[in-house]
Design a protein around this ligand. Structure first.
Ligand SMILES: NC(=O)C1=CN([C@@H]2O[C@H](COP(=O)(O)OP(=O)(O)OC[C@H]3O[C@@H](n4cnc5c(N)ncnc54)[C@H](OP(=O)(O)O)[C@@H]3O)[C@@H](O)[C@H]2O)C=CC1
Ligand SMILES: O=C(CO)[C@H](O)[C@H](O)COP(=O)(O)O
Length: 483
């Protein structure tokens, strides 16, 4: 091990950690690096040690956590970037006895907010600071500038802030990194970011499926459509990447890549956590839920086979003007995307109220404009919407988005109808439209649900014309009593 003194340390040198370490070193910082299996550490030093030195920084290789801790200047900041869940707990458990009061442990992986709160409390007992830090951007972002959502104390951010702001993406001169709130706030907003990412990807996937299944376009043609969309209001990292994936040809078979990939989408957990927590908070994140369930459904190959064999897999021809249909799908995608982001921001604010975090939605939109997976032109519109009105009830009513939804509404309905007629599943499009229609409906059938609950279980109801809680004696004389 070199005897250089590092200003920061990082353990966990898989895709994210190794690139984040290179990014930190590229700013002229000396960073101590460690991985459970030493091979990843030595490979990083072999392949990028010189590059770090040329950039004025240094990667200090450490074979053990003891070496890592010894290499860092006090008070120490140690970034943990390992597999989410038990692995993170295992690393923290090994680190704690090696650290001293005042040191800072930064969990830069994805984490469930309950784990972050638990870890923070545990570390507090050792007079250690804990920072739950969401990092988004994948491999490329971690290296060249991710979006970074920091949760934890002001004190911890005072030391960490300059480092993360120096390595983050920059949009209009503003770093895409911020202290979003105390304790679990950083990991919570990163989780919701991923939930929105799920919804965004599902909407894109449904758009592709409709263009293929209804308009009968080939993948390369659909790639061109996405390429065109990326020049307009839909411009985003995921739309750009969709064009890339759809235009790719499989080297082995000469087939479009999309046709040789197994159609069962996996998930590491952040979408599921988002939906589970939304249920607890009572926030209807229907787009994120549909996206998460769509991944689950795709994996039920046995049920898919059984139903396909029973009913056949034909779609029904629906005659469309291809150019007009492409435009309709773009409008439906935009409007559904407004719903997905509206729901995500609702959840962020509900979590913030629940935990007293005081998250600023405008700041969040600002740091999601660059570096992260959901980066998009769209995010700048959201930033503007919150700058105009920090107390927005829903993004749907921000003037810019309200106009966009109004303009796209007829197309949105046409796309959902055509999807149903053709037999092409579009759960995220359909549920986003239903969410929008439910919010704007004068009277909801929830009144009937209340009547039924009172009838079978005496669960009571409220009336629209007088205060109080009531019950009707359904099995008796049907008189109403105040409960
Ligand atoms: N991949 C991505 O695009 C993104 C990932 N994240 C999050 O960042 C973190 C790292 O992600 P990624 O780089 O993909 O790596 P992985 O999630 O694949 O995790 C692999 C790393 O975890 C280490 N590890 C696993 N189990 C243990 C253990 N019990 N003790 C010590 N180390 C262990 C591995 O060490 P070893 O090499 O020895 O096996 C390796 O360094 C995760 O929390 C992930 O959720 C966040 C944003 C984007
Ligand atoms: O955090 C991320 C991006 O922001 C990771 O890429 C995340 O693991 C993706 O989630 P999943 O594997 O469930 O699709």
């Amino acid at each position: 091990m070199s005897d250089a003194r590092a200003t920061i340390g990082l353990t966990g040198l898989a895709v994210m950690g190794s690139n984040l370490a290179r990014n930190i070193a590229s700013r002229g910082t000396t960073i101590a690096v460690h991985n459970r299996s030493t091979e990843k550490m030595t490979r990083l030093l072999d392949e990028h040690g010189d590059e770090a030195r040329e950039q004025g920084g240094e990667l200090v290789g450490c074979e053990s956590l003891e070496d890592l801790v010894a290499a860092i200047e006090k008070p120490r900041t140690v970034i943990v970037m390992v597999k989410a869940g038990e692995a993170t707990d295992a690393v923290i458990e090994d680190l704690v006895p090696l650290l001293e009061p005042g040191d800072v442990v930064v969990d830069a992986g994805n984490a469930h907010v309950d784990d972050t709160l638990r870890r923070q409390s545990a570390l507090e007992e050792h007079d250690l600071h804990f920072v739950g830090m969401g990092v988004s951007g994948g491999e490329e972002g971690a290296l060249n500038g991710p979006s970074i959502m920091v949760g934890g104390s002001e004190h911890a951010y005072a030391n960490l802030g300059p480092v993360v702001e120096s390595i983050a993406a920059v949009v209009d001169g503003t770093p895409c990194a911020a202290h979003v709130g105390p304790d679990g706030a950083g990991h919570f907003v990163k989780m919701v970011h991923n939930g929105i990412e799920y919804a965004d990807m599902q909407l894109i996937a449904e758009s592709y499926d409709l263009l293929r299944g209804v308009a009968r376009l080939e993948p390369a043609q659909i790639a061109e459509v996405f390429h065109g969309w990326n020049e307009g209001d839909l411009e985003s990292f995921l739309i750009e990447m969709t064009a890339d994936v759809l235009s790719h040809t499989d080297a082995d078979t000469g087939q479009p890549f999309i046709d040789v990939v197994a159609d069962a989408a996996e998930q590491k957990g952040t979408g599921r956590w988002t939906v589970q927590i939304a249920l607890d908070l009572g926030v209807p994140v229907t787009g994120i839920a549909e996206a998460t369930f769509a991944r689950s459904l795709s994996g039920h190959t046995d049920q898919r086979k059984a139903v396909r064999e029973t009913f056949g897999s034909d779609t029904h021809d629906v005659e469309v003007d291809v150019e007009a249909f492409v435009d309709d799908v773009a409008s439906a995608l935009y409007a559904s995307k407004v719903v997905a982001y509206a729901q995500g921001f609702d959840q962020v604010m509900a979590g913030s109220r629940e935990h007293d975090w005081d998250v600023d939605p405008g700041q969040l939109a600002t740091i999601w404009r660059g570096g992260c997976i959901i980066r998009a032109r769209f995010l700048d519109r959201i930033r503007e919407a919150y700058a105009e009105n920090g107390d927005l009830t829903s993004l749907l009513v921000a003037p810019f988005f309200a106009d966009a939804v109004r303009d796209g509404l007829a197309a949105w309905r046409r796309v959902v109808v055509i999807a149903a007629q053709a037999g092409v599943p579009a759960p995220a499009f359909a549920s986003s439209l239903a969410y929008f229609d439910a919010l704007r409906r004068d009277r909801l059938p929830a009144a009937l649900v209340q009547g039924l609950r009172d009838n079978f279980g005496a669960h009571t109801y409220q009336r629209i014309d007088k205060d109080g809680t009531f019950h009707t004696t359904w099995a008796g004389d049907r008189t109403e009593h105040e409960a």
